[in-house]
Write a protein that binds this ligand. Structure first.
Ligand code: FES
Length: 248
């Protein structure tokens, strides 16, 4: 497969970026998208040029590090992570545009790498429980109804990649924050911080400069883990309940 790549190149956060065009040849349909970029970088290194910086870690769809806007879509044309996208989704002769996540709360560090530490600070604001750890408790020591366990697992699947923010026309982080709030708030282990968690995480989200939600739904469409749009409604319900209960 021979491809034309139009890649966002940006030296650092203070320097304006621009698209640069590269040709790559000999790309197998079985390569992952990141392996295709590895091929490009090997060629750039051999030519004495600076390789393209991009984020990756597990390359198994579990860490959330990979983060590319491909032909205008967060993670590209398939509903998966960039590392799990394969070149069989493209055709010989295609031109592919590759850009970083675009959101003011995710400033570009270099080329295709953005700073997602704003997500870490939202987690720090309340994405934890204070239940003591120690040896594993007996099974069923803390009964959790099956629907609650399923709800928690569904939301705990969020890998924090940021595709929801990149896809949203408002740059909103409501889907990410709701996944983190909901998976703890529904469980008995998360009950002691149930109110402060949602109030603090939403406040932190706003302070980080993420936009508001207008229910465009692009976030849930782009999410590689299928976090559903009603997750946002569930978080809003939690927030209203907490705001009535906790006077600040
Ligand atoms: S590199 Fe870990 S999810 Fe893609």
């Amino acid at each position: 497969m021979k491809l034309t790549l139009r890649v966002w190149r940006q030296k650092d956060a203070a320097t304006p970026g621009a698209m640069a065009t590269y040709e790559v040849d000999g790309i197998s349909a079985d390569m992952s998208f990141l392996e295709m970029l590895d091929t490009l970088n090997e060629e750039l290194a051999l030519a004495g040029e600076e390789p393209v910086a991009f984020d990756h870690d597990c390359r198994e769809g579990i860490c959330g590090a990979c983060s590319l806007v491909i032909n205008g879509d967060a993670h590209g044309p398939e509903r998966t992570t960039t590392c799990q996208l394969h070149m069989r989704s493209f055709s010989d002769g295609d031109t592919i545009d590759i850009e970083p996540w675009r959101a003011s709360a995710f400033p570009v560090i270099k080329d295709l790498v953005v700073d997602r530490s704003s997500f870490d600070r939202i987690i720090q604001a309340g994405g934890y429980i204070s239940a003591p750890t120690g040896t594993a408790p007996d099974a069923h020591a803390t009964p959790v109804p099956k629907p609650d366990a399923d709800f928690a697992f569904e939301h705990a699947e969020c890998i924090g990649c940021g595709a929801c923010v990149a896809a949203c026309p408002n740059g909103s982080a409501m889907l990410f924050t709701s996944a983190k709030v909901n998976h703890l708030n529904v469980l008995p282990q998360g009950a002691p911080e149930r109110e402060t968690r949602v109030l603090d995480m939403v406040a932190r989200m706003d302070e980080e400069g993420f936009g508001g939600c207008t229910l465009a739904g692009e976030c849930a469409t782009a999410c590689p883990k299928g976090i559903p749009l009603p997750s946002i409604a569930a978080m809003n319900k939690e927030w209203l309940r907490a705001a009535r209960k906790v006077r600040r």
